[in-house]
Design a protein around this ligand. Structure first.
Ligand SMILES: CC(C)(COP(=O)(O)OP(=O)(O)OC[C@H]1O[C@@H](n2cnc3c(N)ncnc32)[C@H](O)[C@@H]1OP(=O)(O)O)[C@@H](O)C(=O)NCCC(=O)NCCS
Length: 146
């Protein structure tokens, strides 16, 4: 399996919307609301293309987008959000997408991630990529990569 990680283009918006709306992604999302495609495209364009502070990468297998890794600037750090299409889970894509997107981001700023405690696949990919636990509460583990 050949995996490519590249910066997202505006044309990736629909595929990202599809992956974000898969049940496995929605289950861990901040909001479970179904966002209409047109609204998502407008948000995506504004967030990652009009606003140069935020960066989104996608993973491709055979020219098909199978996942995304977003870095949203929040004060002095980035907050990462990542998902892989559920039919492709467990093949190492999340681990590689996270590592390669961090490398391509080329930032000195810390990168944070908030992971649901029960989300063991997510815990694995962040810990494998060197993220360190900074705190936790009832719901989440908070990771940072410096
Ligand atoms: C988290 C996510 C990106 C991981 O992607 P992936 O491509 O499946 O990740 P990988 O294959 O690189 O690694 C996942 C690891 O977790 C393991 N895993 C998967 N589901 C698991 C589960 N329910 N319990 C324990 N381990 C699990 C896999 O076996 C694999 O470990 P292994 O390589 O030792 O076998 C993907 O599951 C996803 O998109 N989930 C929905 C969205 C999400 O949770 N995003 C993160 C929000 S912080």
């Amino acid at each position: 399996m050949e995996l490519t990680v590249r910066p997202a283009q505006l044309g990736d918006a629909q595929r990202i919307w599809e992956i974000r709306n898969e049940p496995a992604s929605l289950a861990v999302a901040a909001s479970q609301d179904m966002i209409p495609l047109a609204q998502h495209v407008a948000w995506f364009n504004n967030k990652y293309f009009e606003d140069k502070d935020n960066v989104c990468f996608v993973a491709e297998v055979n020219q098909n987008v199978v996942g995304y890794s977003r870095f949203d600037l929040s004060g002095d750090h980035y907050l990462n959000s990542i998902a892989v299409s559920s039919s492709m889970h467990g093949k190492g894509i999340g681990t590689l997408l996270l590592g390669q997107s961090v490398a391509q981001l080329k930032t000195d700023k810390p990168i944070h991630a908030e992971v649901r405690k029960y989300n063991l696949a997510s815990v694995k990919i962040f810990e494998r990529n060197g993220f360190q636990k900074i705190s936790e509460d009832d719901k989440n583990i908070y990771y940072q990569l410096i």
